[in-house]
Design a protein around this ligand. Structure first.
Ligand code: OXD
Ligand code: MN
Length: 594
């Protein structure tokens, strides 16, 4: 069989596994990615030949490519995502379970011969900086040039990952095959006990770039439980105040709720003039360990952004626009007549173009030109607001963890948890309106613990226990906050301007971390008084501020009942401490002492 870059490893565990996969998938050729520029160039040429890439206007988008996915393959498919533990109890009630003894044969029969006439790309990669003690090595096999080139942006690929692996057997075996992309033959299966992921029938990023959600969240959360660390769906950002003091914060929001925007926030003009600075370390995933000084240290295991395009523009996220100005893969956006790219919320709509389905489009057509979950894949290194420590092997110390959801009602702009246990409860019961990042209805409120509902790779009760234990293991754990940028008034209008103005809330948060500002005790947590928020220069009515900070006791009492209903579905492994916190919240709301 034809092979490219053979001999780049002598690791017999890896060679043995690739041989097994070749036997199963029967590709025409095997291409080992060495991570070099020459390899990338050749692979790019290949992607144009296979039709994975379509050309774009090279003057407007140098080094960029357009990819159009199958129409039925545009988002994560949670229904078709499985945790395959031997014991169903270890998977827990928030995941779909399939026994490994069922999953392996089922997926093998789909993969059998599925790469005939195609190239099998072998991608050795590292999640995390190669020199970080926290990094994990994986090897992904795929028959998609789009996936291979996306992995080259999102992770650290090639010989350097193989060198780090050496002769070891300690790597995640990630097997991805497109097969026929039919939904009835689509499965994303995780085998935490075997350190393996098999994904078949989808080319969508979250289902197919296996370093991301599959390894860095689902398997990593399981490994973190065993090894004493946390894998979380969190951005990491650095906020520096005018005195030059930097606080690192991590924030967990559900998919497509603004993590990329927050991680690249541009301070409002008057804040920037005073010397406030926000810098980016990551927009989606954080791996967190307790350091020797008792603080939480976070690394971003990724090397790229896989961001949502719609709504991204010069005003909402100028740093993202600069990041994606070159060397970026765009998926399912609209192409204008001159070959340049556009998406809803980018700029004025073109009079016509080719939409994400490859069909002629005009605004009158009534359907979006780009898919609501259309994406950009771009290297972190191109982000103008990147923080110097983004690859620091030990990670950065966290002052605060922020949970957030998209909620039209109920949750105020910001509150602080009383302590770690209460913060864990706040995260465990947080809720958000669903978005286009996953298939299914959009805009429905669902509980999404720590924004990890689709990504906790084991029993959710054990996960809450792990959170409580990690906090107890840290003598100097971060403070926990909850924010809601999405509260609306009775007319359905957003009350808070969001984007850069969110720094006003972050300012209160880090001042709390410095112990420099007071807070009011409320039944749900510690909150700023109106005058504690720096709202100078912001056109916001007194009423709006009051509404943003309001707590409606009746609504919260209903919330507590709905939390109870949710918790009751999570099984017996939910720690008592979570119920205790719920009871205390109810008591405080009823006016009793908490
Ligand atoms: C993502 C997601 O792509 O959360 O980051 O779906
Ligand atoms: Mn995400």
């Amino acid at each position: 069989m034809d092979e490219i870059n053979t001999g780049i490893t002598k690791n017999k565990h890896l060679l043995g596994w690739i041989a097994e996969c070749v036997k199963l998938c029967k590709p025409e050729r095997v291409w080992w990615l060495d991570g070099s520029d020459a390899d990338k160039e050749r692979l790019t040429e290949e992607a144009y030949k296979t039709g994975d890439f379509l050309p774009v206007n090279a003057e407007k988008h140098p080094g960029c490519h357009l990819h159009r996915s199958a129409h039925n393959d545009v988002a994560r498919t949670e229904k078709l995502t499985f945790i395959c533990t031997r014991d169903e109890g270890d998977c827990g009630p928030t995941n779909n379970w399939m026994a490994p003894s069922e999953a392996y044969p089922k997926l093998s029969s789909i993969l059998d011969g599925s790469m005939a006439g195609r190239t099998m790309y072998v991608i050795p990669f590292s999640m995390g900086p190669i020199d970080s003690p926290a990094r994990k090595i994986g090897v992904e096999i795929t028959d998609s040039a789009y996936v291979a080139l996306s992995m080259m942006i999102m992770t650290r690929v090639g010989i350097k990952a193989l060198d780090a692996l050496g002769d070891s057997d300690d790597f995640t075996r990630c097997l991805h095959g497109k097969a026929d992309l039919h939904e009835s033959r689509r499965f994303i299966c995780h085998f935490p006990e075997d350190n393996a992921v098999w994904s078949v029938g989808s080319g969508y990023g979250g289902n197919a770039l296996l370093g991301k959600k599959c390894l860095a969240l689902r398997l990593a959360s399981w490994q973190g439980k065993k090894e004493g660390w946390l894998a979380e769906h969190m951005l990491i950002t650095a906020i520096t105040n005018p005195a030059g003091k930097t606080h690192f914060v991590a924030a967990a929001f559900p998919s497509a709720c603004g993590k990329t925007n927050l991680s690249m926030l541009v301070p409002p003009k008057d804040f920037a003039e005073k010397g406030w600075k926000v810098q980016t370390l990551g927009d989606d995933i954080a791996w967190i360990r307790v350091g020797e000084d008792g603080r939480f240290y976070a690394i971003n295991p990724e090397a790229g952004f896989f961001g949502v395009a719609p709504g991204t523009n010069e005003k909402t996220n100028p740093n993202a626009m600069k990041t994606i100005s070159k060397n970026t893969i765009f998926t399912n956006v609209l192409q204008r007549d001159d070959g340049s790219l556009w998406w809803e919320g980018h700029s004025k709509a073109p009079e016509k173009g080719i939409d994400w389905k490859g069909e002629e489009w005009t605004p009158e057509k009534g359907s979006p030109g780009s898919h609501p979950n259309s994406r950009f894949t771009a290297p972190l290194s191109q982000c103008p607001s990147l923080h110097d420590d983004w690859e620091t092997p030990k990670g950065v110390p966290l002052s605060a963890i922020i949970f957030g959801g998209r909620r039209a009602k109920l949750a105020p702009l910001v509150f602080e948890a009383f302590n770690w246990q209460h913060g864990t409860f706040v995260g465990a019961t947080m809720a958000s309106e669903t978005t286009a990042a996953a298939t299914g209805a959009v805009g429905v409120v669902r509980r999404d613990p720590m924004a990890m509902l689709p990504f906790i790779g084991y029993n959710v009760g054990d996960y809450f226990r792990h959170w409580l234990e990690r906090g107890a293991a840290a003598s100097n754990a971060p403070k926990i906050f909850h924010v809601n940028w999405f509260k609306r008034n009775a007319d359905g209008k957003y009350l808070w301007p969001g984007y850069g103005e969110n720094l006003r809330v972050l300012k209160w948060i880090i001042e709390r971390c410095d112990g420099r500002i007071s807070a009011v005790k409320t039944p749900i947590g510690l909150m700023p008084r109106k005058e504690d928020l720096d709202l100078r220069g912001l056109d916001l009515s007194e009423d709006a501020v009051e509404e943003l900070l309001a707590i409606d006791t009746q609504e919260w009492l209903a919330e507590v009942e709905s939390q109870a209903e949710f918790l009751s579905k999570l099984g017996e492994r939910v720690p008592d401490e979570i119920y205790v916190e719920r009871g205390k919240l109810k008591d405080r709301l009823m006016g009793n002492k908490g």
